[in-house]
Ligand binder design. Structure first.
Ligand code: SF4
Length: 248
């Protein structure tokens, strides 16, 4: 796997080891309502890390993915600095969501432990291609394997590892019928894992009316499919509320 470091120690993903170890942070924001998956509507702060091992055709966070953009936009912060930024935003918001990019490519175990010690609950969002032990320490693990429209291929052996976690939930973004069939395959492979279908939104193109039409199509598709009876059908709440701007 590629490494994602800027610091002087080879192999140190996210910078230096020890107390001064740093991580590429694109943005820390909130409190906002979680807009996706099983935690939709939950009050949370967000920490968005830089870099991703995927390149989805419709990625809406390329500023946290493309190396040039990450190098230009990331701040390299220690755990203490990340926590200080979160505390400045809100000390009482219960959840901190680790997102990206793909946060799983970084070793965020010390951050998760620190947030727990501070009384926060931690959720992580990842596409399920890289597993690290700290992920099992998170309170909620939202795994979003990518459908055919993304141009990415699913490694099911890796996804199996995530799906075995008791706190895992699966979410598949659906843009078209091929994506829906992929979502069905995922749900049938992991029938006991809480599952969400989410409307795919094209950044800068879909207005509210278009998103609601897509939501209606997806709802009708799922409600007419006995295999999908337990699936949640969700919009991207933050896209409906705020459009595709950053920091929401
Ligand atoms: S996995 Fe997520 S962050 Fe990475 S390229 Fe795909 S949509 Fe973007």
């Amino acid at each position: 796997m590629a490494t994602f470091e800027r610091g002087p120690i080879p192999g140190a993903r996210g910078g230096r080891y020890g107390a001064a170890r740093t991580f590429p942070i694109i943005e820390i924001f909130g409190p906002v309502l979680q807009g996706e998956g099983r935690m939709i509507g939950a009050q949370t702060l967000f920490v968005r890390t830089g870099y991703c091992d995927y390149r989805c055709a419709w990625c809406d966070t390329l500023y946290a993915v493309e190396p040039e953009q990450v190098q230009a936009g990331a701040e390299w912060l220690t755990v203490d600095e990340i926590v200080a930024r979160l505390d400045a935003l809100s000390r009482h918001t219960p959840w901190v969501t680790l997102s990206g990019g793909n946060p799983a490519i970084h070793d965020l175990g010390a951050l998760v432990a620190r947030l727990h010690a501070d009384g926060r609950k931690v959720a992580v969002e990842t596409q399920g291609a890289v597993f690290r032990p700290w992920i099992a320490d998170c309170d909620v693990v939202t795994v979003s394997p990518k459908p055919p429209s993304s141009g990415m291929k699913t490694d099911y052996a890796k996804l199996d590892r995530f799906a075995a976690l008791p706190q895992a939930n699966l979410k598949v973004v659906v843009f078209d019928e091929a994506d829906y069939q992929y979502a069905r395959t995922i749900h049938l492979r992991y029938p006991t894992v809480p599952f969400s279908l989410q409307v795919g939104a094209t950044t800068g193109e879909d207005d509210t009316a278009a998103l609601l039409r897509k939501l209606d199509w997806l709802a009708q598709r799922a409600m007419g499919d006995a295999a999908m009876g337990s699936a949640l059908v969700l919009p991207q709440l933050h896209t409906l509320m705020y459009g595709s701007q950053r920091g929401v």
